[in-house]
Write a protein that binds this ligand. Structure first.
Ligand code: ASP
Length: 597
């Protein structure tokens, strides 16, 4: 037996008992020949004290111990010397006086100290097996486990079956690039790793499973922006004969269980709901952070007859004039002001008009163009007071909203508007547009994915291209504190409607058959009405843990270049492996083309 207790279990009532502990030397201190060891395992710390006067040989051996050596100690639980108790430690009233020490393994020089904050993330990821010993990370893994378990228990209680779907699957058009896996048995052909089990979970509904879920690995070969990973985990759910209300209720219940199990918090359900139009119109985002105000105010009606050309021009072109009031921010720095202008330009505005309210005056190059009535409207609608900064956007609705939405978020960072204490603001955003125009590809794309149902009232609009922007989808996202933590929709279960949707997306009849033949056939065999949702487990656990990045809640994440620094992957492979797959190594191809030149 390696141990009788873990390192977080001995207390005052155990004084006098024998105990055996095993773990890592967290810290060792030599106080005039007396060796104090903080022994650590995943549960916590226990102080172990080797006194030469009690056991000289043992104390001598203990003297050789270094941080992260793995040891086993057996001895008696004793009270700490009065005055040396540590109230911050659960085991702080006792210590272990060993009569046996076994060194189970020595640790080499350490890549970095375990109890310090390390800012070099690449170094941490290279030694991830060591980094994970840090208490915060071990806590995060535990919370993640609790979240996954609560998910399974809750969904099981609702009759949902956990069903695995293939990892070697077929390319699905979820929007991102696929990771491809070459087939050796069928040279020249490829599997794709699933971006999400979307088609499989729908096919399981055709199969009569009715209630499916999976904690599913998903793979997307995207350029790694900010906090993305090439592989991540979804809580994937699909049900038959369900309405959006059913999915909302199920998701709320599941999130309630997850928060209870991980943080012992009773989150407020049901969550508020907001249409996409309202969310974007009021907050400039389809994932509004409502923990602070600074809402977008529409001024279009007030400036319809304005002599200020910039506003009037935008309105005449069918756009809008909107503004936000950043309270007490008239004193922003030049750097901050440049930053906001840069954001406006990045998101499509030509510039950023503003008014600073200082010394009782409206300081701005544009105020001179405003009539008294316009000024009065501004003052009352934006509740303008001394010290305020008013920022405007005059553009197409979506551009104006996005620009002000992004600026609103940046100002909230500058002004630290998000409260420190735990606020869990959940929100459903629904009635998303079905289709999105891609100027780049010169075609309509599905905003969610091609299997999402248009709202019954809007189905007829699929016949009229000019009405495409107005078609609403039976789709929804669940948002927490301004972060999208999940999204889903009711699906198309009629083959004719699915074909029409593909047509709207510019998928030819031939491609429909080659790419989606299986789905269209399945829909013809009595597919029930169905729908579902998928939640990003990594992001959800990150928010629950209060972590800064999803990498902090994944055991072995890739770095921001998509590399696993620990195993040095991606890596070269043996040319023989490539030959078996009928793939030419890049070096061979290069040699050939060099020879040809
Ligand atoms: N499969 C979708 C996604 O990953 C979610 C869903 O529609 O259920 O975004």
């Amino acid at each position: 037996m390696y141990r009788t207790h873990d390192c977080n279990s001995l207390r005052k009532i155990d004084i006098g008992k024998d105990a055996t502990l095993a773990g890592w030397v967290h810290v060792s201190r030599d106080h005039g020949g007396v060796i104090f060891i903080d022994l650590r395992d995943r549960e916590g710390l226990t102080q172990v004290v080797f006194r030469p006067e009690e056991n000289a040989t043992l104390a001598k051996e203990a003297h050789t111990l270094r941080s992260e050596d793995v040891i086993q100690v057996a001895g008696k639980v004793a009270p700490r010397v009065p005055g040396t108790e540590n109230s911050k430690l659960a085991t702080g009233e006792i210590e272990l006086i060993p009569n046996q020490l076994r060194i189970l393994n020595r640790a080499d020089d350490l890549p970095f100290p375990i109890d310090a904050e390390i800012h070099n993330e690449d170094l941490r990821l290279t030694y991830r097996y060591y980094d994970l010993r840090r208490p915060e990370l071990s806590r995060n893994l535990r919370i993640r486990h609790r979240a996954a378990k609560a998910t399974r228990d809750f969904l099981d209680s609702q009759g949902y079956l956990e069903i695995e779907t293939p990892i070697l699957s077929k390319s699905t058009p979820e929007g991102a690039r696929d990771f491809l896996v070459p087939s050796r048995l069928m040279p020249g052909k490829f599997y794709a790793l699933p971006q999400a089990p979307q088609q499989y979970k729908q096919l399981l509904q055709v199969a009569g499973v009715e209630k499916y879920f999976q904690i599913a690995k998903c793979f997307r070969d995207e350029d790694l922006r900010a906090d993305r990973q090439p592989e991540f985990t979804q809580i994937d759910i699909e049900g038959s004969f369900v309405t959006p209300d059913d999915i909302f209720k199920l998701t709320e219940g599941m999130l309630f269980s997850i928060f209870k199990a991980t943080r012992n918090i009773d989150i407020k359900t049901p969550f508020d709901r907001m249409t996409y139009r309202e969310a974007v119109g009021r907050f400039g985002s389809d994932k509004p952070d409502r923990r602070f105000g600074m809402e977008l105010v529409d001024l279009s009606e007030d400036f319809r007859g304005s002599s200020f050309k910039v506003f009037r021009g935008a309105l005449d072109a069918g756009g809008v004039v909107k503004a936000i009031n950043a309270k007490n921010f008239a004193s922003l720095t030049i750097g901050q002001s440049d930053d906001l202008t840069e954001i406006a330009k990045t998101f499509g505005a030509k510039g950023l008009a503003f008014i600073k309210v200082e010394g009782g005056e409206w300081k701005s190059p544009i105020v001179k163009f405003f009539s008294d009535a316009e000024k009065a409207a501004l003052k009352s609608k934006l509740k303008i007071e001394e010290g305020d900064l008013i920022l405007f956007a005059a553009d197409k609705w979506d551009v104006a909203c996005e620009v002000l939405g992004r600026i609103r978020l940046r100002i909230s960072e500058f002004q630290k508007l998000v409260p420190d204490q735990d606020v869990w603001d959940f929100l459903w955003v629904y009635d998303f547009p079905l289709l999105l125009w891609s100027a780049e590809e010169n075609k309509w794309n599905a905003m969610h994915h091609p299997f999402t149902r248009p709202k019954a009232e809007d189905v007829a609009l699929l016949e009229q291209k000019e009405k495409f922007p107005e078609i609403r989808a039976e789709a929804y996202d669940v948002v927490l504190n301004g972060v999208e933590i999940g999204g889903g929709s009711m699906r198309i279960h009629e083959p004719q409607l699915q074909a029409k949707m593909f047509q709207a997306l510019g998928v030819s009849a031939e491609d429909q058959q080659s790419m989606f033949g299986h789905l269209l056939r399945a829909l013809r065999l009595g597919a029930p009405p169905h729908g579902g949702i998928a939640l990003g487990l990594d992001r959800l656990v990150m928010l629950i843990c209060g972590a800064e990045s999803i990498r902090e809640v994944m055991a072995f994440p890739k770095n921001n270049r998509g590399m696993d620094l620990m195993t040095q992957s991606p890596a070269d492979v043996d040319p023989r492996q490539l030959r078996e797959l009928a793939i030419k190594p890049a070096s061979e191809k290069k040699a050939k083309s060099d020879a040809a030149q």
